[in-house]
Design a protein around this ligand. Structure first.
Ligand SMILES: Nc1ncnc2c1ncn2[C@@H]1O[C@H](COP(=O)(O)OP(=O)(O)OP(=O)(O)O)[C@@H](O)[C@H]1O
Length: 304
């Protein structure tokens, strides 16, 4: 388990992480979300002992990361895929990590094969694309077969096939009972991959709940209604709720359940051809929740 308690980080005037408390549990993929500058990377760096907290604590498996005798066996992390020596081959990069952590040499080829780099393992990493460097970073994270995995923006630079591969890797790691924490700005992919969400804004925790509860809590459900009497139904409903005209015979209603719309239409003698609740996306729910917490906003930028 990853446990963060009262974690705070100040860089001079900037309060990057502000009294953050949460736990990340095994057996599920937890998404770490927040607008740019919300404090996600700073939090992950403190969890991994790469930055010191101004106050509060962060532990992995009950102790601080640096207190683990062989950290790669306790936590696998992908933070900055650029952090490899360009003159080293992929094989030697992973081999050096294995040697430093008491991990057998045989594991090196195993993880390179797992991330699909076996054919290029003798190439210098300086010739690698961003997607290949991401895969190499993931190989390093998996090397010690750790119970906890932390991935900061693992989808950067990956092609569609790579994105699907990451999704199935994360799901598999969680199904094996590991702790899997992943940040990403790609909401559609996050929605497909994560079970649980931790959302931060301006360094503070703003949500810690299941994906399903998050979407339900932070979005207004929409219902699509198709009827040959769209004008009449619209006049009736618009007295109480928000109604958008999609086209001549289709309305999008916000603020009423499908059954309520059906009952009102029946009472008014109106014929319905379709009445379907629409799935609201994580992206919409996230935008609604974080609207006030966005540090960088396009309209402020254009005002300058
Ligand atoms: N080394 C540093 N020195 C000063 N300020 C920093 C430093 N690192 C981060 N910050 C500031 O801390 C805040 C949080 O940054 P952080 O990179 O943790 O956010 P993030 O949520 O990871 O953002 P993004 O999604 O853009 O990667 C920002 O205001 C950032 O400018």
């Amino acid at each position: 388990m990853i446990e963060v308690c009262g974690l705070t980080k100040r860089y001079g005037e900037v309060l990057a992480v502000d009294d953050l408390t949460f736990a990340v549990r095994p057996g599920e993929v937890t998404g770490f979300l927040g607008p740019n500058g919300a404090g996600k990377s700073t939090t992950l760096r403190m969890v991994l002992g790469l930055d010191t907290a101004s106050s509060g604590t962060a532990t992995v498996g009950g102790r601080p990361y640096v207190a683990h005798p062989a950290p790669l066996k306790a936590v696998g992390a992908l933070l900055d895929p650029g952090a490899v020596l360009p003159s080293r081959t992929a094989y030697h990069h992973v081999l050096a990590l294995a040697a430093g952590n008491g991990i057998p040499r045989s594991r090196v080829n195993e993880v390179l094969a797992e991330v699909g780099l076996e054919k290029v393992s003798r190439r210098r990493t300086g010739t690698f694309s961003l997607g290949m460097r991401q895969r190499l970073g993931i190989a390093a994270a998996l090397l010690g077969d750790p119970p906890v995995l932390i991935f900061d923006e693992p989808l950067n630079g990956l092609d569609p096939e790579g994105i699907v591969w990451i999704r199935s890797l994360m799901r598999k790691m969680a199904a094996e009972g590991r702790v899997v924490l992943m940040s990403s700005h790609l909401m559609t992919e996050m929605e497909r991959t994560a079970d649980h969400l931790i959302v931060v804004g301006r360094g503070k925790l703003i949500a810690d709940m299941t994906m399903r509860d998050f979407i339900a809590a932070h979005s207004q459900r929409e219902v699509l209604v198709r009827t040959p009497q769209a004008d009449a139904l619209r006049s009736l409903l618009a007295l109480a709720v928000d109604v958008r005209v999609e086209n001549d015979d289709t309305l999008i209603v916000t603020g009423l359940e499908a059954a309520e719309i059906g009952a009102l239409a029946a009472a008014g003698g109106m014929e319905l051809h379709e009445l379907s609740p629409r799935q609201v996306s994580l992206e919409k729910a996230f935008m609604q929740l974080t609207r006030d917490a966005v540090e960088y906003q396009a309209d402020k930028e254009t005002d300058r």
